[in-house]
Structure formats: C-alpha cells, structure tokens
Ligand binder design. Sequence first.
Ligand SMILES: C[S@@+](CC[C@H](N)C(=O)[O-])C[C@H]1O[C@@H](n2cnc3c(N)ncnc32)[C@H](O)[C@@H]1O
Length: 420
Amino acid sequence: MASLTEVLREAVAAGVWTQAVLSQPRKGSGAVADKVKIKPVLLKNGLHYQFSHYTGTKVLHENVAPEQAAGRAEELLLSLYKQGLLQTSDADYHILFNKQGEAAVLKKKPTRPSVELAHNRKKRHVLEEGTAVPFLVELGVMNAQGKVLAAKYDKFRQINRFLEMIDDIVPYLPQSRTVRIVDFGCGKSYLTFALYYYLRERRGLDLHVVGLDLKQDVISHCNDLAERLGYGRLSFKVGDISRYDETDEADMVVTLHACDTATDAALEKAVRWNAQVILSVPCCQHELFGQVRNDALSPLLAHGILKERFASLVTDAARAQLLELLGYRTQVLEFIDMEHTPKNLLIRAVKENGQEAKRQSEDERNGPAADAKAVRAAAEAYRTFAGSLGIAPYLERALADKLAPLLGSGGHGSQPGDDK
Ligand SMILES: C[S@@+](CC[C@H](N)C(=O)[O-])C[C@H]1O[C@@H](n2cnc3c(N)ncnc32)[C@H](O)[C@@H]1O
C-alpha cells in the first residue's frame, strides 16, 4: 500500500490530480475551514493548485505552485483534517487516520477521471479570438477578422471573465419566461452588450435588458449601437439609479463600477424587486471613509491610504453581510486580476429560495442563514461589526424597514443622503 506522501506527490508529478477534498476538522486543531478542496487551475503564470477553504458560505482561495502542492495538502491533513479523498484520472484514494494518527490510503476506481483543468481553460475563453463577434467589432475590441486589437486585450479578457460569471448564474434565472435584467450605471456598456450577446445569441434566453446611466450622450450612442446590431430587446435609458421607477421587477441586477453609493442604490432596488441574481462590482467606496472609527485600529486609520482601502473593504463586507441577511447567498469573488484595476471585487448574490436553492451544488448549499438561529447569528455578527467600527452604511439605512426585524430598530435610523 502506497504511503500518503507517495500518493500525493505522485498525483502531482504525473499530472493526474483532478480534485482532492480534505474534511472532518480535527477537534482542537484550530482548523477554521470546514473543508478544503484542491483543484489544478491554469493561471496566467502557469499551472497551480487552488486550495479552496470553505467556512460556512465563505470560500478563501489559495493558489499553490505544483512543487509545493503535495506538501501543503499533506501538512493540512496531518495537522487539521482527519479525512481526505484524492481523485485522480487513474484512481480514487480514500485517506483515513487511525487513533494513533497513522494514515491509511485505500485505492478505489476513479470517480472523477477528467482533469478539471481543461474545463477551466475552456471557461477562461467564452469568446474566442479568431472568430469575429459583431458587438466586439463594433466596439473596436476586435477587427473584422476576429483579431483582438492589442490595446483592447485587457478589455477582451475582462469581457470573457464577466461572461464566465454570467455563465455560472444562468441556472438561477427563469428558464421558461422572459428574463428581465437591469444594468445600473452601464456607461459605454461593453459588458451590457456582452451579456446580451451571450445570453440571447449563445444561450438562447428570452431576454429584456435595460441599461441605465446618467449620461445622455453615452446612452444615445448605446441605443444607436443596439439598433445597428439588431439587439431588439436591449435598450438604454438616461436616469439616476435611486430614482429609477420604470419597473418594480427584475430577475437580475448588474452594477459594474457604479460610483460609490450608486452601487448601494442599485443593491437596494435589487432587494426590493426581489431580484434572483445580483452581480455587483463596486467602485470608489468613499462613504464609510468619513464614518469608520475604532481606537484599536488607530495605527491603521491614521494613514489616509490605509484608511481608504480599509473603508472600501468594510463597505463591501457590510454589503455582502446585509445581502446575506436579506436572504441572498452571497460571495465576494475576484473579478479580474489585481494588476488591471484595484476595483476588482465582485459581489455575487443569489436569492435563496424554492427551486433556485435546489439547483445549488452540494458544496454551496450551506447558506445563507437558512434557519432562525443562523439568521440571528448573522444579524449579531453584522451588529458587532458595524457597531465596533461606528458605521451605518447607505445600504443598511436604505433597507432599514426590511432589516429592522433582524437588526432591531434601535441602530442607525437615518436615511441615505442625511449625512450629505
Ligand atoms: C466607471 S463607469 C462604469 C461603466 C460600465 N458599467 C463599465 O463597467 O464599464 C460608472 C458609470 O456609472 C454611472 N453612474 C454613476 N452614478 C450613477 C447614478 N446615480 N445613476 C446612474 N448612473 C450612474 C456614470 O455615469 C458612469 O457612466
């Protein structure tokens, strides 16, 4: 029988590792995550092994170089987890520990023979270079032969990354009626056109998409372009997000780099409309910079740049937790690589109810706070978080009526805009 070390190292060396799951945290070991999944991923700097640490609804990713992957997995198993399943294209290895802490490795038939890497690679290019896509040609990202212009390569990657995320949420959208999508702060709308093209032309969904922005000239330009492309169910309107009242229903709300509290105004609409899916990439989170205070954090808050970054993260953490409290299974993901823009976080929230919840994979089914106890704990976590930092964010104030039963009404009762 091969040893644990041999099995792990051999799987990496032979490139046959498809997935591993480490579970059953050892009592008193200090393990924070409930389980860790390990998959090969192809990053820009080559093959890595992604360690995804799952704690409740939160996932923390750690990318490890191949030469360290087996060692890291072994270290986690020996110190924190008492059970492991390594799946390779040749075999499954069940890893168990006896009372003396000795590992036994049982070899079984493979249940995950295909390497996930191929899937990752495919997903990274929803739109392939070399095939002219009309909206990309019109937007000047590709030429008529499908070649991506050098200056637009980052945009092309961003669009592809966005479409991967769109692809992931398709199962949560209605499949048998018109899907209503609103993109708030759409600007030049590269991603709105991408979304429409992908869902309508590639996935065949019946769609109605509206893009909203403050800028009249940009909106006229987008409407002209939609007409030229024959995108009949895509239209653009001029207006302020917080005052948008042309509908009171949407299945999906998108905000991409909508400035500061414009993001919150969009999230508020999404919640009130009961939108099934929210995809939000926040931008310039200034609001809490003027609010956040905590004596213990004074070395951090004394420096403007650190305070600014901290306040941004606090803003997005508060948004994610509030959405979770309001019944959304919420994840904060990396939108595009850090080197392209610091505005690289995406809040992805999916309404937890009925059929939609049933479609979730087993891995993701832990949240959001489904029972009363979990809701109370999530509310308490938010109250402690906001209270310790002295913050009352826009979203909390805007949705005070919905949050009052959860957070109590004694907190931060002012309305958005009061502090302006
Ligand atoms: C940085 S741009 C992003 C554009 C586009 N979503 C993208 O990601 O490429 C932000 C856009 O949000 C719009 N915006 C900001 N506040 C808004 C508001 N309150 N209502 C509507 N649009 C708003 C701006 O006019 C601007 O076009």
